[in-house]
Design a protein around this ligand. Structure first.
Ligand code: ADP
Ligand code: ZN
Length: 657
């Protein structure tokens, strides 16, 4: 890798994407690929994986194949690359046979730098013949095969796609082996090893970037089902000019919540969309497009929504229900704030969510049909394990960011979050999650803990948390009378405590290994490995209790705040208010996008608009100083935006005079 190559990569990044530097990890991936090495990039959602293969693809002669399972991503990225002045294409089942012919014909002529292709297509005779011809001596050349969502090759992951197993065969059948680069946001060792082995990566440069997404605020709140709906409604109203996603665990919940929100928010002019696999293809497409084009502000959806949607300015992601795992949560929540600006992720949960999840696990998965009994049992156990880690997230009083980063094995970042990323702030820990912004009181509940463990010791693996709590509280329910539990030792021992509180303590005892729960939809409580310790004299059990909030909730800084902050950084005098200009440029962006049938963010990102407000360029040279504006876009849209700025300034100059 020579300096001049590096410079060329930077130039390419600037010319097409308008960025001045690579993000951490991107540079190493690009370097490796340009040096002819296979590469494996493990980066969280929003880290900027696509740049890693797009920049080399735009530099290297020939056509790069990008294997992706996501039709919508292929289309979006092709549109975005076209807008940036590149020559991309895609080939998938959404094209008619005639269109596919045209694409292949043009590809043969060497008209494309890049082709997105679905994995199912790779071994199809016509495509394979084209690829082999291209990679052969004297052909147009295939310098690189990039594999997106590479974890789909692993049966240990959550999104196994059998067609991914064909990728290896495809690569091996090419007359000259291209460089192979694989990308995933899934970090576990097992999946990583599978990717390398099954795809046949040869001594790959492996780049694992930190998993911390510093611009994301994480909030986690326990509340009843009704309270959730009201919370979501109020939140959306308070953020009406922003884009957001609300995830629910079932289609039914999506329909119900979307209906309620539409009714409540309609009068404020907020448009609510919905998306789940039960809707027809067209309806889903329309819904997704409306969201990307900023015609819908809030999308209520199951996890079927969002894979492959690169909408950079999603400002919040609310989970109305508990997802199946920390991986799933981090990926879904991570769709907020891809542009790097502050954004918020909220998880609203209650016991019903976990019951529902256990029900779904017990019911099994259609994909499990292919497994034998042993594998199925393993898969079931694995899902319970993943869910219990999610339960830990909901119940922890420690830093939420730290919890997740540790889960992903990013110890360095977890450590950093724990000791305080928020230097200037009086808040503890990362300073940007609900637990770090909440003050807890430590309370000694050793007596309660002992009573609970002792009672369970007399009746291990018999009852669920609720019944145990009822007995300890001394409840007078029919069930208790029928089963004569009011004669048990321990009955009413904690009569001064509420049932809810006792249940809470039992939950924490389970979490810390003094008690343990069985699996299944109706788990029963038994003794945990540490149960014996409670009889030690020195045994002490404390819990943290929410005392007061230091801050209501850290509201992510919004466009206007950011404009103000950026304005303070450079003291240049300016005419008129940046926020007002921002709104005007935003409207212009929407107009241009509608005319060209592009998504607004493909014209300019929010960040680029802010740059325009701050720098107020008057020439093309000044224009491309703005981060996010490359040469092609400067030529395509620059005039219109500079004219709008000039008009704005002359209006305000008149006002001022
Ligand atoms: P991923 O696929 O890893 O989720 P994307 O490739 O969609 O992430 O990139 C996320 C966002 O970050 C996009 O909006 C992209 O334009 C932006 N981005 C990527 N690389 C850079 C960079 N070097 N500088 C500034 N922004 C970048
Ligand atoms: Zn924190």
């Amino acid at each position: 890798m020579t300096d001049s190559m590096q410079q060329m990569a930077l130039d390419t990044l600037g010319a097409y994407f308008g960025y001045t530097s690579f993000r951490p990890g991107q540079d190493r991936m690009v370097d490796a690929i340009l040096a002819g090495r296979d590469a494996l990039g493990v980066m969280p959602t929003g880290a900027g994986k696509s740049i890693c293969y797009q920049v080399p693809a735009l530099m290297l002669p020939g056509i790069t194949f990008v294997v992706s399972p996501l039709l919508s991503l292929m289309e979006d990225q092709t549109r975005a690359l076209l807008a940036a002045g590149a020559r991309p294409s895609y080939l998938n089942s959404s094209l008619t046979p005639a269109q596919q012919n045209t694409v292949l014909k043009r590809a043969r002529e060497g008209r494309y730098q890049l082709m997105y292709v679905a994995p199912e297509r790779l071994l199809e005779p016509r495509f394979l013949a084209f690829a082999q011809e291209a990679a052969a001596e004297g052909g147009i050349g295939v310098p690189l095969v990039a594999i997106d969502e590479a974890h789909c090759v692993s049966q240990w992951g959550q999104d196994f796609r059998p067609a991914y197993l064909q990728i290896r065969e495809f690569i091996d059948s090419l007359p000259q082996r291209p460089i192979v680069a694989a990308f995933t946001a899934t970090a576990t060792e097992r999946v990583r090893a599978d990717i390398q082995q099954i795809l046949g990566l040869q001594n790959p440069a492996t780049v694992v970037t930190g998993f911390d997404r510093k611009n994301l605020y994480f909030g986690c709140e326990e509340m009843g089902d009704k309270a959730k709906t009201a919370w979501v409604r109020d939140y959306v109203i308070a953020h009406s000019s922003e884009s957001g996603i609300v995830y629910c665990s079932t289609r039914k919940t999506v329909d119900a919540l979307a209906g309620e929100l539409a009714e409540a928010l309609g009068p404020s002019g907020i448009r609510v969309g919905r998306y789940h696999a039960g809707m027809g293809n067209d309806a889903r497409r329309q819904s997704q497009r409306a969201f990307i084009d900023d015609d819908i502000q809030v999308m209520v959806a199951t996890n079927a929504f969002g894979m492959g949607i690169d909408k950079p300015n999603v400002r919040y992601v609310i989970h109305n229900n508990v997802p199946e795992s920390i991986e799933a949560y981090y990926q879904e929540a991570g769709r907020a704030g891809r542009d790097g600006d502050p954004a918020s992720c909220h998880l609203l949960w209650n016991g019903n969510d976990f019951r529902m999840r256990r029900f779904l696990i017990d019911r099994g998965d259609a994909a499990d049909e292919a497994l034998d009994d042993e594998q199925r049992a393993w898969a079931l156990q694995n899902r319970y394990r993943l869910l219990s880690q999610m339960e830990g997230y909901c119940n922890t009083t420690g830093c939420l960011r730290e919890y997740m980063l540790r889960y992903f094995g990013d110890e360095a970042a977890a450590e950093h979050a724990a000791v305080g990323g928020a230097a200037a702030d009086e808040a503890e820990g990362c300073g940007n999650c609900s637990n770090c912004l909440t003050q807890f009181e430590v309370e000694d509940v050793t007596g309660m803990a002992r009573a609970a463990v002792r009672y369970v010791a007399t009746r291990p693996m018999r009852f669920g948390k609720s019944l145990i709590a009822d007995v300890l509280h001394g409840g007078n329910t029919e069930r208790i009378r029928q089963m004569h539990l009011d004669e048990d030792r321990g009955y009413g021992e904690l009569s001064s405590e509420s049932v809810g509180r006792i249940k809470d303590i039992i939950g924490q005892l389970c979490g810390r290994g003094y008690l343990a729960t069985s699996q299944g939809q109706y788990p029963v409580v038994g003794l945990g490995p540490r149960a014996g310790e409670v009889e030690d004299e020195a045994f002490a059990f404390t819990v943290k209790r929410r005392a007061s909030k230091r801050k209501a909730s850290a509201r992510a800084r919004r466009a206007v705040d950011l404009l103000r902050e950026e304005a303070e950084l450079d003291q240049r005098p300016r005419v008129g208010d940046d926020a007002e200009l921002f709104e005007r440029l935003r409207a212009l962006r929407k107009e241009i996008a509608a005319e060209l049938e592009m998504a607004p963010y493909m014209v300019f990102s929010d960040k680029a608009l802010r740059g325009l407000c701050r720098l107020r360029p008057q020439t093309r040279d000044e224009l491309i100083q703005v981060n996010g504006i490359g040469e092609k876009k400067a030529d395509a849209f620059g005039e219109q935006f500079m004219a709008a700025i000039e008009e704005f300034e002359s209006e305000h100059a008149r006002d001022g005079a």
